[in-house]
Design a protein around this ligand. Structure first.
Ligand SMILES: Nc1nc2c(ncn2[C@@H]2O[C@H](COP(=O)(O)OP(=O)(O)O)[C@@H](O)[C@H]2O)c(=O)[nH]1
Ligand SMILES: [Mg+2]
Length: 321
């Protein structure tokens, strides 16, 4: 079914290099869990190779290949990618290094591998962005020992910065119990890979697929289309020709100051459902708007709502400066 989607705004970069996102860190740091969280939110991560041993797995996210590699343990001397780095690291454009902040006993080991990995980058004369995830930064934990954890993270940052002296490095605190921390980090990382416009389009396509909708358009106040995705020409036509009316209707409703709690317009026409929704970034900036065309099953509308929130969060991160 996914294959039947047609993307009218697809703008693949002309160079056909397959850049890679390297997802690494000690085993049990939380890499797989993070990738699964992303999969739920973006729903576009495909396992393109079955697990081969525990050391390496490959996923695809928005057209990029993600490789998950476990470091650490007694097997370390066997790790061929540290021995033969060119073979594995050459196309690494972005590296994500996951550190489990809850496991104090392995922090040292984790840092030592991080420095090894960066040494290999330097050896290979490549300079990928390095993103360090201080992971398992759980909301519950923050409630109880926030100060300690933040001090610890502060110290780690300092140590890493001083040891590495590497320019393209970013830090994030993440937890699977607060998926937004992961989405937020990933949006920022993906923005290093794609121009904004292209990333918005990719995200819209992923979201449209997740909703299994007939079409989806994101526009700004001036009806500039930021991203769109349609299953066919009909949907494209219907959505393109109704969006102006939804904008007007929305203005009318706003002027009437109707209750804004659940700020959306749902229109049903035979078996087609139109969902129009402002996307508020901040209270001070003008909203963006999304128009979704869905078929059948009215119950899905509720489902849409939940997913819309996830999408809006991702979208916010991408468009804000
Ligand atoms: N408390 C907490 N545990 C996590 C988090 N992320 C992953 N874990 C747990 O850490 C363990 C290892 O996770 P996994 O994703 O398999 O690590 P990997 O070996 O790096 O892929 C599992 O038991 C996860 O449930 C997190 O954000 N907070
Ligand atoms: Mg894993």
């Amino acid at each position: 079914m996914e294959d039947s989607l047609q993307f009218f705004h697809e703008e693949e970069p002309s160079e056909e290099r397959t850049y890679k996102i390297l997802f690494t860190g000690l085993d049990a740091a939380g890499k797989t869990s993070i990738i699964l969280t992303l999969q739920r939110e973006f729903s576009t991560i495909a396992l393109i190779e079955p697990t081969r041993g525990a050391q390496r797995r490959t996923f695809k996210l928005l057209g990029r290949e993600i490789s998950e590699w476990d470091l650490g343990g007694q097997k370390s001397y066997l790790i061929s990618y540290l021995r033969n780095p060119g073979k594995y690291f050459d196309d690494t454009e972005v590296a994500i290094y996951v550190i489990d902040i809850l496991d104090a006993s392995r922090i040292h080991e984790s840092l030592s591998y991080l420095y090894d990995v960066v040494d290999k980058f330097i050896e290979l004369n490549i300079e990928p962005y390095i993103n360090i995830f201080f992971h398992k930064y759980d909301p519950r934990l923050i409630q109880t020992v926030q100060k300690e954890i933040q001090n610890q993270i502060g110290d780690l940052k300092k140590e890493i910065m001083e040891t590495l002296n590497y320019k393209k490095i970013n830090f994030f605190s993440t937890s699977i119990y607060d998926p937004y921390t992961i989405i937020n980090a990933m949006s920022k990382i993906l923005l290093e890979l794609y121009p904004k416009k292209q990333l918005i389009q990719k995200t819209v396509e992923a979201f449209a697929r997740k909703l299994d909708c007939e079409g989806l358009i994101i526009i700004d106040k001036n009806s500039i289309i930021l991203g769109s995705c349609f299953k066919g020409d009909d949907s494209k036509k219907i959505l393109s020709s109704t969006i102006a009316y939804f904008l007007t209707l929305n203005d009318v409703f706003s002027d009437m100051e109707l209750e804004q709690q659940e700020d959306q317009i749902v229109v049903r026409r035979s078996e087609k459902y139109f969902l129009f929704k402002p996307i508020m970034l901040e209270e001070t900036t003008l909203p963006y708007y999304m128009l979704v065309l869905k078929r059948k099953n009215p119950l899905d509308i509720y489902f849409v709502n939940k997913d819309v929130r996830a999408f809006v969060n991702i979208f916010k991160d991408i468009v804000k400066d």
